[in-house]
Design a protein around this ligand. Structure first.
Ligand SMILES: Nc1nc2c(ncn2[C@@H]2O[C@H](COP(=O)(O)OP(=O)(O)O)[C@@H](O)[C@H]2O)c(=O)[nH]1
Ligand SMILES: [Mg+2]
Length: 363
């Protein structure tokens, strides 16, 4: 169950260039707005230093990193919610995403047409957000009549709460407020989940900048940060990134330092995605297989076991836990056991980032 991140934005902003840099695959990066009918999908291994060090220490037969699935979503233009461009076809792909990356064109290049005429990332945010808002408004209005009917005939029906939240969402959307900004109670968020509203998804903004504006991102990135919040913006020079991934690891590091960067755009994007979605990584080592797993922060041990196998959640007995820092500094699994550093935790223990976990369960 890889995390699914949709990359969207106006045509010619650099989505496919970024996608290529991320997946180092060969998605078509061309100058035509509607060239990609089938969304391009790439699965990327999450870079993880800790996993590499655990691998060196534990020497398993197999080592598996977590993955993120990126989808390059083409066809979003002004009027998409009314069916312009690829219209509803692309909206469907957006609905399936866990989170969205909005790529903003911040580079000037007369050879690359801009569908809206000139470079203006704040206007572009507005254009795309409007389409997403309109699509959500339509989805909510389509869902309301059925729920209203149910609640009218059965005032105590469980749909009552859902109806209430939908009204709240509609009211917000009509005022131009995305669902993610409505500050809904967790129960309300749950009630809305089945509607897959586009503006409820966490959104990260990537400003696609000229390399001269690295590493901070220049005036355009600052303007976007002021509008959406600093922690939701990541400056990336997509063109350069797509060249960086062609280099050997050694050359890459040299090239990045020359640009004032420590990590590639892919690494920075994945880290930002983890932050945005509030994810942690934990590890299991069983049957000589070391594996990293993604988890929302605050997940219990029993639920975490269920991520691996449903039998492990239903038959959960206990978890033996050691932090990877402890394990790495102590030097071996046997040594941490001898030192009594392996904790026994129950089903409600909240898994921490970096935990190495051994689940015991009744089969
Ligand atoms: N100068 C410059 N050109 C870029 C940059 N990123 C993308 N391009 C070019 O812009 C055009 C459209 O890029 P593409 O990734 O296909 O955009 P998409 O329509 O958003 O997928 C291509 O010719 C790219 O080479 C950039 O950072 N700087
Ligand atoms: Mg493209």
């Amino acid at each position: 169950m890889a995390l699914n991140i949709g990359i969207l934005g106006l045509p010619n902003v650099g989505k496919s260039t970024l996608f290529n840099a991320l997946t180092a695959s060969q998605a078509e990066a061309s100058n035509y707005p509607f060239c990609t009918v089938e969304p391009n999908v790439g699965v990327v291994q999450v870079p993880d230093d800790r996993l590499q060090r655990l691998n060196a220490l534990l020497n398993p037969d197999k080592c598996t990193a977590t993955t993120i699935r990126f989808v390059d979503i083409a066809g979003l233009v002004r009027g998409a919610s009314r069916g312009e461009g690829l219209g509803n076809r692309f909206l469907h792909t957006v609905r399936e995403a866990d989170a969205l990356i909005h790529v903003l064109r911040c580079f000037a290049d007369d050879d690359v047409a801009h569908v809206e005429g000139d470079v203006d990332p704040l206007r572009d945010i507005d254009t795309i957000e409007t389409e997403l808002l309109l699509a959500d408004l339509e989805a909510v209005e389509r869902a309301l009549p059925r729920l209203e009917k149910v609640v009218q005939t059965q005032p105590q029906a469980p749909e009552r709460a859902e109806l209430q939240v939908l009204h709240q969402a509609r009211e917000g959307l009509a005022r131009g407020v995305p669902v993610r900004s409505l500050e809904l109670e967790p129960e309300a968020v749950k009630a809305l989940r089945g509607h897959h509203l586009l503006t409820s998804k966490p959104m990260l903004y990537v400003t696609n900048i000229h390399e001269d504006d690295l590493p901070e991102g220049g005036a355009s990135t600052a303007a976007v940060a002021a509008a959406v919040g600093t922690d939701r913006v990541l400056p990336v020079a997509a063109q350069i990134e797509s060249e960086v991934v062609q280099l050997s690891l050694e050359e890459r590091q040299e090239f990045l330092s020359a640009l004032g960067l420590e990590k590639t755009g892919m690494e920075r994007l994945i880290l930002a995605g983890y932050e945005l979605l509030n994810l942690i990584t934990f590890y299991t080592m069983a049957h000589a297989k070391l594996q990293a797993w993604q988890l929302p922060r605050g997940t219990t041990a029993a639920r975490a076991a269920g991520r691996i196998h449903s039998d492990m959640e239903s038959g959960f007995i206990r978890a033996e836990v050691v932090s990877s820092d402890e394990l790495l500094s102590t030097g071996s699994m046997t040594a941490v056991r001898e030192k009594g550093r392996v904790r026994t935790e129950g089903r409600d223990y909240l898994i921490a980032d970096g935990d190495v976990v051994h689940f015991l369960f009744k089969a």
